[in-house]
Structures are given as C-alpha cells and as structure tokens.
Design a protein around this ligand. Structure first.
Ligand SMILES: *[C@@H]1O[C@H](CO)[C@@H](O)[C@H](O)[C@H]1NC(C)=O
Ligand SMILES: *[C@@H]1O[C@H](CO)[C@@H](O)[C@H](O)[C@H]1NC(C)=O
Ligand SMILES: *[C@@H]1O[C@H](CO)[C@@H](O)[C@H](O)[C@H]1NC(C)=O
Ligand SMILES: *[C@@H]1O[C@H](CO)[C@@H](O)[C@H](O)[C@H]1NC(C)=O
Length: 433
C-alpha cells in the first residue's frame, strides 16, 4: 500500500507518492513560516486576537465576537453547569471497547490498526476522566432514542469522517445501519439509515466549510477559499438536517488563497502571486462565521430549528520530519500536567469557541436553534498513542523494516480515543434533552 497525505482522505496510491514526498518536505518549512510570520507580526497570539483589525468582517447578522477573556470565562461557566468534559486525565480502564474491527465494517482500512498488525494494544485501555465528574460509557440505545426521527450530518474534514465511523461502529452494536447513498472520490459523501429508529447520518466532505477548491496532488498546490460563501455541496441540504456536527481547522494550515466579495484579500504561503501574505486565523474565523450565519439564516427563513455542534481542533502527533518517516512512537497517553493546550492548536480552538459563543448570542433571538462546542482539543492532545502511525498500512513491516513507511499521526485508530468524542456528544444531547 502506498502513502497517504494525512491532510487528505484519498485512497492511497503509489503514483501520488512523489507529490506527497514533496509536500512533506514542504510542510516543516510551512510550519516554521507560519510561526515566524505570526510571532514576528505580533508578540503573542493573544495580542493578535485582541487587535481590532482582525474583526473587520461584516455580515448583516454578525456582530464582533465578545472579547477573548469574557468568552473563555462564559464558556467554562456554561459548560460546567453540567460538567466540563474538556479538562481531565486519561486513566487506566481494563474494559473492552464496545466494538472491534470484526464487529464493525464501516472502518476505513487505514484506521484498522489491530488488523493492520499494530502489536501493542495498550492504547485501547484508557478512559477519559474529566476533572470534576465522570464521563459515562457510551450507550448506543440511549443515543438512538435521543435522535429518533432525526437526520444528523457530519460536515468538514477527515476527522468528521473518523468520528462518524466511530459513532456508527458503536451504534451498530445494537442496531444495523444501511448505507443508502455513496458518492465522490474516496466515498466523501455518504448516508446511512437506521430503520430501527428512523435515523439518518450523512457525511459531507467540506474541509473549509465554505466554497472553494482544495489543493490536490494533481492540481494546484494551494487551496482557494471564498470566505463569504458557504459550500453549497452540504449547505443546500440544510433543510433536510436536524443536527450538524462540524469539524474544521486542519486544511487551513496548507497554502491558500483567500477571496472575499470575489476579490483576493491575501494568501498564505503562495509567494509567486504577490498577494498580501496573511496567517490563517482570520480566514478560519471568517469561514466559521459564514457557516454558522448561513445555517441560522436558512433555518430562520424556513421557520424551523437545528442543533449545531462544533468540534474543536484535534492536534496531530508527528515527531520529527514528516518526510523522513517522522511518526508517533509513544505507546501511552501523556498525563494531564505534561501538556498544555497552547500555540497553534490553542488559537484554533479559541477561535472555534468564540465563534460558537457568537453564534449562540445571535441564535437567541430565534427559537429552536442551538449551538454547542465539543471541546476535544486537550483530550486529543494527550493521546499520542492513539494514531495508526505506520499501521495505516497493512502489515507495514512484513518484509522487514522498510526505508520509508508513511505514517498517520493525525487520524485515530478505531476503536480508539476518538470514541470518547462520541461519549461527549451523547452527554451534550442528554443535556439538551
Ligand atoms: C457593515 O455593513 C453595513 C450594511 O451592510 C454597512 O452599513 C456598514 O458600513 C458595514 N461596516 C463595515 C465596517 O464595513
Ligand atoms: C470482537 O468482538 C467480538 C464480540 O465482542 C468477539 O467475539 C471477538 O473475539 C472480537 N474480535 C477481536 C479480534 O477482538
Ligand atoms: C431517512 O432517509 C430515508 C430514506 O433513506 C427516508 O425515508 C427517511 O424519511 C429519512 N428520515 C429522516 C429522519 O430524515
Ligand atoms: C511579482 O512581483 C515580481 C517582482 O516585482 C514580478 O517580477 C512578478 O512578475 C510578480 N508576479 C505576479 C504574478 O504578478
């Protein structure tokens, strides 16, 4: 099996290898550039957020997001009324996962870590313990009852797919889903139906949520994003949806050209065009705002409600150079005090939380529209052991140690730590009632 760009969700293919190798050699430089640009322009990410110049986005129903400090406090307070699941520790738990590769057939090949030959199974035996409460084990029946007669969409990047596949595996331990629709390269658009509860799940590939063209190995090396236009590939179905789970962030790290009102407003790491070089934080904020605004506007226009959950950024754990076989070799979680959410993942998370808070305020004037954040950044950050690594490939070392084996330290093994995201998802829905 060939290599896969972890940003991508394409099926591995050997003829893409050359392009990917060059991408990988570019990425470390990209990261350096990102950090350099950011921290040379402003002294700290916090200052960047506080600078007024970044809140110039204008939309008929948008208002500037509340200030960072207030938002953080409010978010923590709102969430803690039931339980703050975002901070805690991974503790040992000898219970078997609800499912395995034999009992679930919706797992992508590159995430079937055990059947791909991963020898250590310790990563399966950990449970997320929030600081002030317990996170109950996933209950498939309760989940299905809560979403009876509903259509739920997972929209965004490959981590949306990864999470939905985990959810389907857990639900299929009590009820069988039927794949009723499939389209697009690498099955990027799919729909499943659970006749038992008249529940539908849709998967929409849309890594920046807005209209645009993704970078590709065959085409341009950069993304093109239209920050003020929502991607109709999923948005045209908003009427059909009762709930949307959003996963975004990862693709913003790649070189990109940004459009607003049909004109280029800047670009990230596309030097040959002489656009204004800009970091991706402002574009990320704008795409989220465009997306959340569009959902509200369209639902209000139709007079019906919707629930929207935005999952926060999930960090990767590549060690060393991406292009020199850099992998994720740890076999145990970090303890909570070993890692703090900071730097880039902290900023992306902060923007996501702020935009959800902002949307909550707007949605208050209309009934029936609820927004919630699913804050997984810290619990994901603590799990360097939960990725496929070289075991994204089927028995990668069957013919001895290879010179170069592509590793995936971004997506999550199934079963694995991503199952916890769905335990939190269930708690959010229980809270909603
Ligand atoms: C925002 O839009 C409104 C109406 O669309 C306009 O009156 C106002 O000047 C705009 N503000 C900025 C800062 O562009
Ligand atoms: C998968 O789970 C089933 C049912 O719990 C069990 O019988 C089977 O042995 C498991 N397979 C593996 C490979 O763990
Ligand atoms: C789910 O999809 C099926 C068609 O596959 C449709 O008959 C049903 O009404 C849908 N249910 C919901 C809740 O969207
Ligand atoms: C960018 O600027 C350089 C130097 O001024 C010029 O030679 C080049 O043609 C410009 N490229 C584009 C695409 O405008």
């Amino acid at each position: 099996m060939g290599s896969t760009n972890p940003f991508n969700d394409n099926p591995p293919s050997t003829n893409k290898r050359i392009f990917q190798l060059s991408l990988y050699s570019f990425l470390p430089i990209l990261f350096l550039c990102l950090y350099f640009n950011l921290f040379s322009l402003t002294h700290s990410p916090t200052q960047l957020l506080h600078s007024t110049s970044i809140f110039t986005y204008n939309s008929s129903i948008s208002s500037p997001p509340p200030s960072t400090f207030n938002t953080e406090k409010n978010t923590a307070y709102d969430y803690e009324k039931s339980c703050d699941y975002s901070n805690g520790d991974w503790v040992s738990d000898m219970r078997e996962p609800l499912y395995n590769v034999t009992t679930c057939d919706t797992i992508k090949e590159t995430e079937k870590c055990t059947t791909n030959g991963r020898p250590d199974l310790g990563y399966l035996y950990w449970r997320w313990k929030p600081n002030e409460c317990n996170l109950p084990r996933f209950e498939p029946n309760t989940f299905l009852k809560l979403i009876q007669n509903k259509h739920i969409a997972f929209v965004g990047d490959s981590l949306a797919r990864n999470q939905l596949e985990s959810l389907l595996c857990m639900l299929s331990t009590t009820s069988t889903p039927y794949l009723v629709y499939q389209n697009g390269e690498d099955k990027k658009f799919r729909r499943w139906h659970f006749p038992s509860h008249n529940v539908n799940f849709s998967l929409y590939w849309s890594p920046f949520l807005v209209h645009g063209v993704e970078r590709s190995n065959e085409g341009q090396y950069y993304n093109t994003m239209f920050l003020d236009l929502v991607n109709e590939r999923w948005a045209r179905d908003i009427d059909l949806l009762d709930m949307i789970v959003i996963s975004t962030g990862r693709w913003f790290l790649l070189p990109s050209i940004y459009y607003e009102n049909g004109v280029v407003i800047g670009s990230l790491n596309c030097p040959e065009f002489n656009h204004t070089q800009m970091d991706f934080y402002v574009p990320l904020r704008k795409t989220l705002r465009t997306t959340l605004n569009s959902i509200v506007e369209r639902k209000v226009a139709k007079g019906n409600g919707i629930d929207v959950i935005v999952k926060t950024f999930s960090p990767d754990h590549f060690e060393g150079d991406w292009n020199k076989g850099g992998g994720c070799s740890k076999s145990k979680p970090y303890r909570k005090e070993e890692k703090v959410v900071g730097g880039m993942e902290g900023e992306i998370r902060r923007i996501e939380i702020e935009e959800v808070e902002n949307a909550k305020v707007k949605a208050k004037q209309f009934g029936g529209i609820r927004f919630e954040i699913m804050d997984v950044t810290k619990l994901a950050l603590l799990r360097p052991d939960g990725h496929p690594g070289p075991y994204m490939n089927h028995f990668p070392f069957a013919n001895g140690v290879q010179k170069y084996v592509q590793k995936d330290c971004l997506h999550w093994c199934l079963p694995g730590p991503i199952d916890t995201w769905n335990e939190i998802f269930l708690e959010v829905m229980k809270k909603w009632g």
